[in-house]
Design a protein around this ligand. Structure first.
Ligand code: GLA
Length: 677
């Protein structure tokens, strides 16, 4: 396998985008390559939607045109992130085999005419797809342009789950493997309830549209199964690539914190993580959503540099209203990805389409040609990345970890709960943001991770918690760790059955408390939260909780804050428990950002976790990437005001060569500095 930090001229931040020459006459291709060079492109993704062109009829191959594309790119010294071409089956396949078409939970078929119209469990789709991969990999295994394989495309983007009969049969096979006997399944799914007992696996169906709540454990298993079915498609292609090109790295572009696809599971089968991320320029907090996703990408493969495989140069076409990125935003957000560990910055797409559903999606080379803001901004950024190749391969180190788990996410957001207003993505980000704002590096990990190296562990909400993961958390605190856990965690096991013994049974001893009743708050209702312990964090007057509250009884923990009115007046809202040589904190409501920032600042100071730079101006992000020879400090101004950042020692800005060593940096709004000691 090629190392993730190439040396010499190969050490660089790759820059480029999706390239669809099949949409253009060949005369245009030479200009493409020439303008790519002008824009600083080093890597292009090619072939993602080429299936219908390279296999126009079953088993008839037409790769000649694609050979010329690959050769043109290679001659210009460009590298290719080569797709396996299986993302969207050609019309002939679904005509021959309509059974590959996916079905919704109410039995409606999804027809061809868009893309990704295949049932992930379909053996027919997989057979035709792997036959194609075999062709592509054999043909281009030795091609000098081949850099990395790009399998499929955004698994689970359009087809998250399929409910057809083929999927049903595959689900039964999956269940038989997981549970062995139908009795074990009956127990796991609590089928004694509502007369749901199964007499054989043959009776089991996907959770199709039902008169009322479908069995939650069945729904949870179907989410697991659906993720697995998608992954089996990926793994089938991966097996072909491993056999034919064992030395070429493989990735698939994930959508990161994306509910259908468990990024931690997928990471186990990738050589490099890659992400597609599309900010909404209307939303002033998109850098925070990006920050969470970027940290997740970096952490998922142990801190290894990752690829931002797709972003928009400016506007997208698929939200109801699509704003361009204002000047400087694309540069800022691209540098944010690098600051958080990316070694490749890529776009969808190179040349803006004239036809099709994405003709109004921005491109590096817009309809207006090179004399456009988009092309100028892209080319300037390409030059900038080329000027700091030593960033590639450097890494960040975090002393804080935030734990999240797709199984828990799936279970949390099922129906028939105390509240259906809990949104895992928002809860996670509400816990990540105070760390981000403070300039604290944070890894995002599954609960099964080794935690010993972290000084602080944050658990936003782990509704579903396996007993052994709970024991791992207890051991971590016992050995001196600082842990902060938020409400409705540790409630059910992996079958979505309540842990017996009072909520949250597996965490009760560790947290030193019992939750007697959940008391979710109605929309718009806020409850005052008042600090009580002198050693606790200072809560500003006017601090409130919303969304959730609960009747906590202390069993060794002390109340740090209590509810100031309402049914739970005087009962603990935030607690702290000394456990072994560490401390476990518990938050029983949703605090606003300022209070969460205050609380997490307090806990992290207790843990001895320092920010990258003290006293960061509001809106400024600071991260460090380093290796044995280099240490880069990235400063990014996401705020609306100019900011001045004081440096601990003289450093020079690699993006302003010749400016000499300075001890402070002025950043205009959307300003970026890459400082080196
Ligand atoms: C996704 C897909 C691309 C393209 C872009 C448009 O990321 O992978 O093919 O459709 O969206 O934003």
């Amino acid at each position: 396998m090629r190392a993730d930090r190439p040396e010499g001229p190969d050490r660089r931040i790759h820059f480029g985008g999706d390239y669809y020459p099949e949409q253009w006459p060949e005369e245009v291709w030479a200009e493409d390559v020439q303008l790519m060079k002008e824009a600083g492109v080093t890597l292009v993704t090619a072939g993602v939607f080429a299936w219908a062109r390279v296999e126009p009829r079953p088993g008839e191959w037409d790769f000649g045109w694609f050979d010329r594309v690959m050769d043109n790119l290679a001659q210009a010294g460009l590298r290719v992130c080569l797709a396996t071409m299986t993302a969207s089956p050609p019309p002939w396949l679904s005509r021959m085999h309509p059974e590959i078409l996916p079905e919704t939970e109410d039995g409606r078929r999804k027809w061809p005419g868009g893309r990704q119209h295949y049932c992930p469990s379909s053996p027919v789709y997989r057979q035709y797809a792997t036959r194609l991969v075999e062709q592509v990999a054999t043909r281009y295994a030795q091609h000098p342009a081949l850099e990395v394989w790009h399998v499929g495309n955004e698994y689970g983007c359009h087809i998250r789950q399929c409910f057809c009969d083929v999927s049903a049969a595959d689900f039964r096979r999956w269940l038989a493997e997981r549970y062995g006997t139908v009795d074990v399944l009956n127990e796991a799914w609590s089928t004694a309830f509502w007369s749901q007992r199964y007499d054989s696996f043959e009776e089991v169906l996907p959770p199709r549209l039902a008169p009322t709540f479908a069995n939650p454990s069945q729904q949870l298993d179907y989410l697991r199964f659906s993720d697995d079915a998608l992954r089996q498609c990926y793994l089938a292609e991966l097996a072909v690539l491993r056999r034919l090109t064992p030395d070429t790295r493989v990735t698939t572009n994930l959508m990161a914190h994306h509910k259908p696809v468990d990024a931690f599971e997928w990471a186990r089968h990738q050589d490099v993580m890659s992400l597609d991320f599309y900010q909404d320029p209307y939303d002033p907090d998109e850098h925070l959503r990006a920050a969470f996703n970027f940290d997740l990408m970096r952490s998922a493969l142990g801190g290894q540099p990752w690829m931002l495989l797709e972003q928009a140069p400016s506007a997208v076409n698929w939200r109801p209203r699509n704003s361009p990125k204002p000047p400087g935003a694309m540069r800022l957000w691209s540098w944010q990805a690098v600051a958080q560990g990316a070694d490749a910055i890529m776009y969808f797409q190179w040349r803006q389409s004239l036809g099709g559903a994405e003709k109004f999606h921005s491109a590096m080379l817009p309809h207006g040609g090179t004399d456009t803001r988009a092309f100028r901004e892209v080319s300037e950024l390409g030059r900038e990345f080329a000027s700091v190749p030593e960033i590639a391969g450097t890494r960040s180190r975090a002393e804080t970890a935030l734990l999240t788990d797709w199984n828990s996410w799936w279970a949390l957001e099922l129906d028939s709960h105390p509240s259906t207003a809990l949104d895992q993505a928002l809860i996670n980000r509400a816990h990540h943001r105070p760390l981000f704002d403070a300039g604290v590096a944070c890894d995002i990990l599954p609960p099964s991770s080794e935690l010993a190296g972290y000084k602080l562990v944050v658990v936003p909400n782990l509704y579903l918690l396996r007993a052994d993961d709970a024991r791992r958390l207890a051991r971590y605190v016992e050995d001196g760790g600082q842990l902060l856990v938020s409400f409705f965690s540790g409630i059910v096991d992996e079958r979505d059955r309540v842990h017996p013994g009072g909520y949250p049974a597996p965490l009760r001893q560790l947290l030193g408390l019992r939750v007697e009743e959940f008391w979710p708050l109605d929309e718009g209702v806020r409850v005052p939260v008042e600090g009580v312990a002198s050693a606790g964090p200072e809560l500003e007057p006017g601090t409130e909780g919303d969304l959730w509250s609960e009747a906590v009884e202390l069993e060794g923990a002390e109340a740090v804050a209590v509810f100031g009115s309402g049914e739970l007046v005087g009962r603990p809202a935030v607690t702290r428990h000394q456990y072994g040589s560490g401390t476990a904190w518990y938050v029983g409501t949703r605090l606003g950002h300022t209070a969460m920032r205050g609380l997490l600042d307090h806990v992290r100071q207790a843990a001895g976790v320092d920010p990258v730079l003290p006293g960061l101006p509001s809106g400024v992000q600071a991260t460090v990437r380093e290796d044995d020879e280099h240490s880069f400090l990235f400063l990014l101004n996401h705020g609306d005001d100019s900011a001045v950042v004081a440096l601990p020692e003289p450093m020079s800005d690699r993006l302003s060569p010749g400016s000499g060593a300075v001890t402070s940096v002025s950043l205009p709004p959307r300003g970026v500095a890459v400082m080196e000691r």
